[in-house]
Ligand binder design. Structure first.
Ligand code: G3P
Length: 218
């Protein structure tokens, strides 16, 4: 399972890339709006240059009509070779991805909340589908079931679309995504940091250091 970072914060992306654990980034209009005074195109191009791959950097269209989505997607995908264009689930979104997949534009079918939505995304040739696990959990559903079922169905029919477990809120979500066979987990920066830390590791490191001081003071 690849790890993508779910943010538009350049410092967080730089840090995670230095750690060597991320291979892609997902952004959305809300995440971009959180970063004050950024120029969207410049920010996406900078992120694309930081992210090593083999994953991609997702940038979302704003149009709601198929034609507008296609036009925006062509623009966005010309900004860097590793861009995946996020297109929300809708009839227009399906129409747009049908056209874009024939043009080899990488796409991420986003705001996916059901297995049927994911299946349709795969049928029209989306590079990724993104079930939003946390938002489903928020309304009392088992969000990760959508991930597991989509993975199983895509494998059954040899569909090349990858499943991104998105809207992950805590480290247990990441483990569940890996167990469900998600191709990618996109994680917020704070969740990535939580995955690294463990209080017993901290205690162990300081105990080793203290014990070593005693030896070196002899
Ligand atoms: O990857 C999707 C993500 O950005 C949405 O997360 O926490 O707003 O549901 P959240």
């Amino acid at each position: 399972m690849l790890i993508f970072l779910d943010t538009a914060n350049i410092e967080h992306i730089r840090h995670a890339a230095r750690l060597g654990v991320i291979s892609g980034v997902t952004t959305n209009p809300s995440l971009v709006a959180r970063e004050e005074g950024v120029d969207f195109k410049a920010a996406i191009q900078e992120i694309c240059s930081i992210v090593p791959g083999p994953g991609t950097v997702s940038a979302e269209v704003l149009s709601l009509e198929a034609e507008g989505m296609i036009e925006e997607a062509r623009q966005l995908s010309s900004w860097a070779p590793n861009i995946a264009v996020k297109i929300p689930v809708s009839e227009a979104g399906l129409e747009a991805i049908s056209v874009l997949s024939r043009e080899k534009v990488k796409t991420n079918f986003t705001l996916c909340f059901s297995v049927n939505q994911a299946l349709l995304g795969a049928i029209v040739g989306a590079t990724y589908v993104s079930p939003f696990v946390g938002r489903l959990d928020d309304i009392g559903h088992q969000g990760m079931e959508v991930v597991a079922d989509a993975v199983q169905i895509f494998r059954h029919y040899n569909l090349s679309t990858q499943v991104i477990a998105a809207s992950l809120r805590h480290p247990l979500h990441v483990i569940a995504a890996a167990k469900a066979g998600a191709h990618v987990a996109t994680v917020p920066y704070n969740v990535l940091m939580q995955m690294i830390r463990h209080p017993l590791t901290d205690i162990g490191i300081s105990r080793f250091a203290e014990d070593w001081k005693k030896v070196s003071n002899k």
